[in-house]
Design a protein around this ligand. Structure first.
Ligand code: UDP
Length: 231
């Protein structure tokens, strides 16, 4: 589906009041799922999975399931926040280093005055602090929970707790809070247009090379699948 259709779906989820998990998938996540059965099950059972990475869009086209466009997680979240500001949906920001979610909330409220951020919490909670986070979320019952805990922790955490939290839209948004808070930057527009956002991240954060090493394997896996399907 297109970005607009995905946003319509998310609004429908909010209106339904029932819990929904949304995943923005990139090739690293697809490869992780192939060796992590729990993560695979979460991706398969998610209520909506959108192609965040250009590699997933490419694979869809090759394997006969074309996607109309790439839907970067951060842009999906921004589209949702714009609609939330207009409709009064309540947002909770969970994740990133201490202080970052607050800073992100302030920046988002500058951009969309009237945006209702009902709470924030950093993403390095452990043990009893996790119970407090859960209690707060149950008390506040936001309409939308954006979780920036990194992959796959954010998806696993949301999948494990979503039923008890009963939050209509829960999305893992990776490094988005860091970008909104101004701690990190997205690639410039021209690089994004060339589908090279991943390269920009790699140059800024070279430690990503270990995670990105799976990308050639992803390409090979798609080719292998093509061969077997005889396309
Ligand atoms: N993070 C967190 N708790 C953790 C691990 C990571 O809150 O236990 C945050 C981290 O500070 C960053 C985000 O999760 O803001 C992950 O960002 P990254 O760019 O690594 O996203 P990914 O590529 O994993 O989607």
């Amino acid at each position: 589906m297109s970005m607009e259709q995905a946003l319509d779906f998310l609004e429908e989820f909010v209106r339904s009041g029932r819990p929904h998990l949304v995943v923005t998938a990139n090739p690293e996540m697809v490869m992780k799922a192939r060796t992590d059965p729990l993560f695979m099950e979460i991706l398969q059972r998610a209520d909506l999975v959108v192609p965040d990475g250009i590699g997933v869009v490419w694979a869809g086209a090759k394997l006969g399931q074309p996607f109309p466009e790439r839907i970067p997680g951060i842009e999906l979240a921004e589209g949702l926040l714009a609609r939330a500001a207009a409709k009064g949906y309540r947002i909770f920001l969970l994740g990133s280093a201490p202080g970052v979610a607050d800073q992100a909330a302030a920046k988002l409220q500058e951009r969309w005055p009237g945006l209702r951020v009902v709470g924030t919490h950093h993403g390095f909670f452990q043990g009893p602090e996790e119970e407090q986070v859960l209690e707060r979320l149950k008390e506040l019952r936001p309409d939308i929970l954006l979780a920036a805990l990194g992959v796959p922790r954010q998806e696993k955490w949301l999948a494990a707790h979503l039923a008890e939290l009963r939050i209509p839209v829960a999305v893992g948004v990776g490094g988005s809070f860091d970008v909104w808070a101004g701690v990190d930057k997205r690639a410039p527009e021209w690089l994004r247009k060339l589908n090279l956002e991943w390269l920009y991240r790699l140059v800024r954060q070279p430690w990503r090379i270990r995670r990105m090493a799976v990308l050639p394997v992803f390409v090979l896996t798609v080719w292998k699948e093509l061969l077997f399907k005889g396309r």
